[in-house]
Design a protein around this ligand. Structure first.
Ligand code: AMP
Length: 400
C-alpha cells in the first residue's frame, strides 16, 4: 500500500515524503481513510507503531483551507508527549498552512495566551493547563471540529479522566473524536461510549504484546547486589543509548549520582520533580546524543519516541504490568532492534509473575557469567525437593 492511495492532500503527502516514510504502517493504513471520511475512531496499538502520524496526517489533510481558528484539540497526558506530538504535527505539516500551539504546565501563560488569541488551528495540550486557560476565558473550543484523546489509559492512571470529561463538554456536539489507548479498562470504555459516535475500532497486534523487535529477560539477583549487577550489565553491554527506569524519583536521583561518580557515561535524569526546562534539556540531550544514559521514572515511559534507544534496563521490576510493556517499548521502535533487561529480586517475584501473565509468555531468566553472585533462592534452577512431612504429635515412638 502507498501513502498516495489513502486520500491525503498533496501538501500532506509532501510532508510524508520529506520525513522519508515509504509506506504506511498497519495502523496508518487502517485509520487514515476512516478519519478522512469523518468517522470517530477508537484505536489500540502497540507503542512505536506510527500512531501519531496515523491521526496527524488525516487531520492536517482535513483542516487545510480552514485557517485562523482553533479547529483541532489534541489532549496528551504529559508535557513531554504533548511536545513530541506537536513536533510531529510541525514536521508532517511543513507544507500545509496549519499552525500548531503547545499548551502545557510548568511554563508561563503569556505566550500560550497570545497563541490562543491568534487562533492557532491545532492545539496540543495537557488537561490541567487547558482548563486553567478555560477558567481565565482564554480558550474557545466552539469551532473545534476534531478532538483527539491520546494515551487515555495514561490519563486514567494520572487521575485526568474528570478533566478530560470537562474538556469534552466544552467542545461542540458535532465534532469528530479520535480516542487512542493501549488498554481499554471499563472506565475508558464508558468514556468512549459517552464521547464518541459509532466509532470504528482499529486494533493492531495484541493489545498487551511486547513489541516484536524487543528481546527481553529477567536478571535475578539478591537485593544487596542490585546496584553491582546494574554496573556490570552496563559495562558488559555494547549500548549506544540506554534508558534506566527506577520506581521512585529518589532512586533515580541516587542512581544518577552513583553512575556519575563511578562511570564515564554521560548521564542525565528525568522525573516529575525536575524543572520543566531541565526535563526538556535532558530529553533533547538524550535525543541528540549529548547523553548516552538517561535515568527516568515512568513519566518517560509512555509513548515518548526517542529513536535509537538500544537498551532499556529496569532497575526494579515495575509493579504495574502495563508499565513493563511501555517501558521496554522505548527500545526497538519502528524497525530497529532493542534489548531490555529487568533486574529481579525476591520481593519482586509476584510482580514478575503478573507481568508474565499479562504478556502471556514466560520471560527468560539470565545469569551473568563470572559475576560473583551472593546466594538467592531466585538463582536456583532446580526445583527444591519436597520437605518430608512431620507427623502431628512428633515422630512416632518405636515400641519396645
Ligand atoms: P509513534 O508510534 O507515533 O510514536 O511512531 C514511532 C516512530 O515511527 C516515529 O519515529 C515515527 O517518525 C516513525 N514512523 C511513523 N510512521 C512511519 C512510517 N510510515 N514509516 C516509517 N517510520 C514511521
Amino acid at each position: 500500500m502507498l501513502f498516495s492511495e489513502l486520500g491525503l492532500s498533496p501538501e500532506v503527502l509532501q510532508g510524508v515524503e520529506a520525513m522519508g516514510y515509504e509506506s504506511p504502517t498497519p495502523i496508518q493504513a487502517q485509520s487514515i481513510p476512516a478519519i478522512l471520511e469523518g468517522s470517530d475512531i477508537v484505536g489500540a496499538s502497540q507503542t512505536g507503531t506510527g500512531k501519531t502520524a496515523a491521526f496527524a496526517l488525516p487531520i492536517l489533510s482535513l483542516l487545510s483551507g480552514k485557517e485562523g481558528r482553533l479547529r483541532c484539540l489534541v489532549l496528551e497526558p504529559t508535557r513531554e508527549l504533548a511536545a513530541q506530538v506537536a513536533e510531529a504535527f510541525t514536521e508532517l505539516g511543513k507544507f500545509s498552512k496549519m499552525r500548531s500551539l503547545l499548551v502545557h504546565g510548568g511554563v508561563g501563560y503569556g505566550k500560550q495566551r497570545e497563541g490562543l488569541e491568534q487562533g492557532y488551528e491545532i492545539v496540543l495540550a495537557t488537561p490541567g493547563r487547558l482548563l486553567d486557560h478555560a477558567a481565565q476565558g482564554a480558550i474557545n473550543l466552539k469551532n473545534c471540529d476534531i478532538l483527539v484523546l491520546d494515551e487515555v489509559d495514561r490519563m486514567l492512571d494520572m487521575g485526568f479522566l474528570p478533566d478530560v470529561r470537562k474538556i469534552v463538554k466544552m467542545c461542540p456536539e458535532k465534532r469528530q473524536t479520535l480516542l487512542f489507548s493501549a488498554t481499554m479498562p471499563a472506565q475508558i470504555d464508558s468514556l468512549a461510549k459517552w464521547a464518541l459516535k459509532d466509532p470504528i475500532e482499529v486494533e493492531i497486534g495484541r493489545r498487551r504484546g511486547v513489541a516484536e523487535t524487543v528481546t527481553h529477560a529477567f536478571y535475578p539477583v539478591s537485593m544487596d547486589q542490585r546496584e553491582g549487577l546494574l554496573m556490570e550489565l552496563l559495562s558488559r553491554t555494547d549500548f549506544k543509548s540506554v534508558m534506566i527506569f527506577t520506581r521512585t524519583k529518589a532512586d533515580a536521583d541516587k542512581l544518577t549520582q552513583i553512575i556519575r561518580t563511578k562511570c564515564d557515561y554521560k548521564v542525565t535524569v528525568l522525573h516529575g520533580d525536575i524543572r520543566q526546562s531541565d526535563r526538556e534539556k535532558a530529553l533533547k540531550g538524550f535525543r541528540d546524543g549529548t547523553f548516552d544514559v538517561i535515568i527516568a521514572t515512568d513519566i518517560a515511559a509512555r509513548g515518548l519516541d526517542v529513536s535509537g534507544v538500544t537498551h532499556v534496563i529496569n532497575y526494579q521490576v515495575p509493579e504495574n504490568p502495563e508499565d513493563y510493556v511501555h517501558r521496554i517499548g522505548r527500545t526497538g521502535r519502528a524497525d530497529s532492534e532493542g534489548d531490555a533487561f529487568t533486574i529481579l529480586t525476591a520481593p519482586e517475584l509476584d510482580f514478575a509473575e503478573s507481568i508474565e501473565r499479562y504478556v502471556g509468555q514466560k520471560i527468560e531468566r539470565r545469569k551473568l557469567e563470572n559475576f560473583d553472585y551472593i546466594y538467592t533462592s531466585l538463582l536456583e534452577t532446580e526445583k527444591p525437593k519436597p520437605i518430608l512431612r512431620v507427623r502431628r504429635g512428633g515422630p512416632k515412638r518405636r515400641r519396645r
